[in-house]
Design a protein around this ligand. Structure first.
Ligand SMILES: *Cc1c(COP(=O)(O)O)cnc(C)c1O
Length: 409
């Protein structure tokens, strides 16, 4: 049942996968190391939702979780385009899915990376936010005539939990010369933006689309692609967003009213929303000090966001019989020797939780799994496929209790 992470390169939920169980079964095995649980069915469901309901093309932002197993699940469920940001991501997806379409959406790239992406991996779509980068792309591709060039606009991150507003993007009123030059060089011209991660309201996209409109009107260029980027939310304690359909409706309405050609395409680059529900971890309490739990994963493991930006993930005690004691707020210390290996929370767990109890930390499929390190000798690659429901879902209202009749394959 326990597999090495790297050995998981099997088709999801194929008959080759030995056992499928739920989080509680993992705890009963009393693992010494933290165990990553993956839920292929949850990622498949998210992919199908975007493919069926987003009113344009959904491409997966690989940085959110570059696991080859996940990328294959998304592909099998209709995601054909991948937003890659480094040459290593280009190579990874090209190797994993030879037929996928890759879009190199980092606005500042190494010239060698552009050349390899174009000539070796067939990448034709690139983003940029400066004339310098445009010159770089044209040099690296030897003035290719078949490029889709997406100019990244700077938009506000005010509606999002994680800002992406400072580093990249050209201000709408300064976009005219770049849009004009990119139009001359490109086969297809796009405008892209990113409203920031975990956008808590569809207004984030409505506001951004107004900036797109202003830029198009001012530059007076023909635009072939509108790419609304990522930012689609997942659900976490204290951060329960409106349904994704509301985001899609707002984006569709704004797109339809832009001054662009009838044949223009709408793209999105969801990262978090496609993979947050894909994985979680089971951890053990090694010590309790009042309201602080010392656990065997932390800031250098899957909990970077919990430590450094105060993200609150859902938690559930895995004990049978279940505790009947009321919930109590806890903070966590991770296993390394650093004071900053601390997750403030608050995380709500039964007040009688104690050393050697196990609990699950949910919704770690986005960014959590991607940012793990082995600092100080802690962390583990042990991964198990489970069939129970994620702790929270944007894609189903089924509660875990009701859905936990274990699927035997
Ligand atoms: C990080 C990133 C994404 C994915 O963002 P989410 O908030 O995870 O959906 C998409 N596009 C670009 C350019 C990014 O940098």
């Amino acid at each position: 049942m326990h597999q090495d992470h790297c050995a998981l390169g099997l088709a999801p939920l194929s008959t080759d996968v030995p056992t499928v169980s739920g989080a509680i079964d993992i705890a009963q095995g009393k693992p010494v190391q933290p165990v990553t649980l993956v839920r292929p069915h949850a990622a498949a469901r998210a992919a199908r939702f975007f493919v069926e309901k987003f009113p344009g093309r959904s491409m997966y932002a690989v940085k959110a979780n570059p696991s080859p197993e996940l990328i294959r699940i998304l592909w099998d469920n209709g995601i054909t385009h991948y937003d890659v940001a480094s040459i290593a991501e280009v190579r990874l997806v090209a190797r994993t899915l030879p037929d996928a379409t890759l879009c190199f959406m980092h606005p500042v790239k190494a010239e060698e990376a552009i050349a390899e992406a174009y000539f070796t991996h067939g990448v034709r779509t690139f983003s940029l936010d400066s004339l310098e980068e445009l010159e770089k792309i044209m040099r690296a591709t030897r003035n290719a005539a078949d490029l889709t060039l997406c100019v990244r606009l700077r938009v506000s991150s005010e509606h999002s939990k994680l800002s992406l507003a400072s580093k990249f993007g050209v201000a709408p009123h300064e976009a005219k010369p770049l849009l004009f030059a990119a139009r001359q060089a490109a086969d297809a011209l796009g405008i892209c933006f990113h409203v920031g991660s975990q956008a808590m309201t569809p207004d984030a996209y409505a506001d951004a689309m107004e900036r797109v409109r202003a830029a198009i009107v001012e530059a007076a260029v023909t635009v072939d692609v509108i790419d609304v980027g990522g930012g689609f939310p997942s659900s976490y304690p204290g951060m329960e967003p409106p349904p994704l359909e509301a985001y899609f409706e707002t984006i569709h309405r704004a797109f339809e009213s832009l001054p662009i050609s009838y044949s223009a395409e709408l793209w999105a680059e969801p990262g978090r929303a496609l993979c947050a529900e894909y994985s979680s971890i089971v951890v053990r309490v090694e010590k309790r000090r009042g309201n602080e739990l010392y656990i065997n994963d932390g800031a250098y493991g899957a909990l970077f966001d919990a430590a450094h930006i105060g993200w609150r993930f859902p938690v559930a005690l895995l004990r049978e019989p279940e505790s009947t004691v009321r919930d109590h707020p806890f903070s966590f210390y991770g296993p390394t020797c650093d004071d900053i290996d601390h997750m403030q929370g608050p995380f709500l767990l039964p007040a009688d939780i104690q050393t050697s109890d196990y609990f699950e930390i949910g919704m770690l499929g986005a960014y959590g799994s991607a940012m793990r390190t082995a600092f100080n000798g802690f962390g583990s690659d042990e991964t198990v496929i489970v069939a129970d429901e994620p702790m929270v879902s944007m894609y189903t209202t089924v509660e875990r209790e009701a859905a936990s009749n274990v699927v035997k394959l």
